[in-house]
Design a binder for this molecule. Structure first.
Ligand code: ADP
Ligand code: MG
Length: 258
């Protein structure tokens, strides 16, 4: 299984929106997709239409109880897309993991048993704590949503340092799938300047596709729907479709699920 961690330690940069919509686009293209909500806030779970009452088992059970993927996942209303939701328990997992010997490889161990999906996307919390380290240790690649604002590059270099540490200590196979510029506003000169800086520092790592600031993307979660389904034609959805095509081109060879 290909495992992609969607990470950036900054909050509000578009991780969850990207995870939900890329997961949906991949499922729509026929992939068997598993989306794991690894943020105690549970935004990916809510955004995909799984209410708190429906979350019987969660990513907490996967990490702490070593429950199986099959027993924690819930099918979503999008064919081909299963979700492992997050509950508030997960905020305690970070503390509970501290005293565990293999604390960074819990998620990797749980995912190793799964044969039902071709790709797994992990929506990370806004920190570089043990939850994100678990995602990076489990993943083959990292997808980084980046908002074009003043401190974006500082945050990015801290993130890339963490990636190096994870590569050295826990997961030499971790690669960077790409950086996607989010909430892009063409009328803002600072946006353009940051985008130019990021592209000149990181060359090919930055996806050509850019996600514009688009109100439909921010409305969709309150309807419990991915924007791609809530309003397929809006500029935000079109941008995510384009990103998905570009991203598929960068993925390792697809392996059919059982
Ligand atoms: P993160 O998971 O990094 O915290 P989110 O994906 O939850 O970020 O996005 C933060 C907020 O911004 C959410 O309310 C979301 O609906 C909104 N949002 C995300 N991407 C866009 C966009 N391209 N245009 C407008 N609003 C967006
Ligand atoms: Mg989020």
């Amino acid at each position: 299984m290909i495992t992609v961690a969607v990470a950036n330690q900054k909050g509000g940069v578009g991780k969850t929106t990207t995870a939900i919509n890329i997961a949906t686009a991949l499922a729509a293209t026929g992939w068997k997709v598993l989306l794991i909500d690894l943020d105690p806030q549970g935004n990916a779970s809510t955004g995909i239409g799984i209410s708190a009452g429906e979350r019987e088992r969660s990513s907490y059970d996967l990490l702490i109880e070593q429950a199986s993927v099959a027993s924690c996942m819930i099918p979503t209303r999008i064919p081909g897309l299963d979700l492992i939701p997050a509950t508030v328990d997960l905020s305690g997992a970070e503390v509970e993991l501290v005293s565990v010997a293999d604390r960074t490889s819990k998620l990797r161990a749980a995912l190793a048993e799964d044969a039902g999906h071709e790709i797994c996307l992990i929506d990370c919390p806004p920190s570089l704590g043990l939850l994100t380290l678990n995602a990076m240790t489990a993943a083959n690649s990292l997808l980084v949503p980046l908002q074009c604002e003043f401190f974006a590059l500082e945050g990015l270099s801290q993130l890339l340092q963490t990636v190096e540490r994870v590569q050295e200590r826990f997961n030499p196979d971790l690669g960077i799938l790409g950086i996607v510029l989010t909430m892009y506003d063409r009328r803002n000169r600072l946006t353009d300047q940051v985008a130019d800086d990021v592209r000149s520092c990181l060359h090919g790592l930055v996806f050509e596709s850019v996600i514009p600031r688009n109100v439909r993307l921010s409305e969709a979660p309150s309807h419990g729907l991915p924007a791609l389904i809530y309003d397929h034609a809006c500029a935000g959805s079109q941008a995510y479709m384009k990103l998905a095509r570009e991203l598929i081109g960068r993925l390792p060879e697809r392996r059919k699920a059982a």
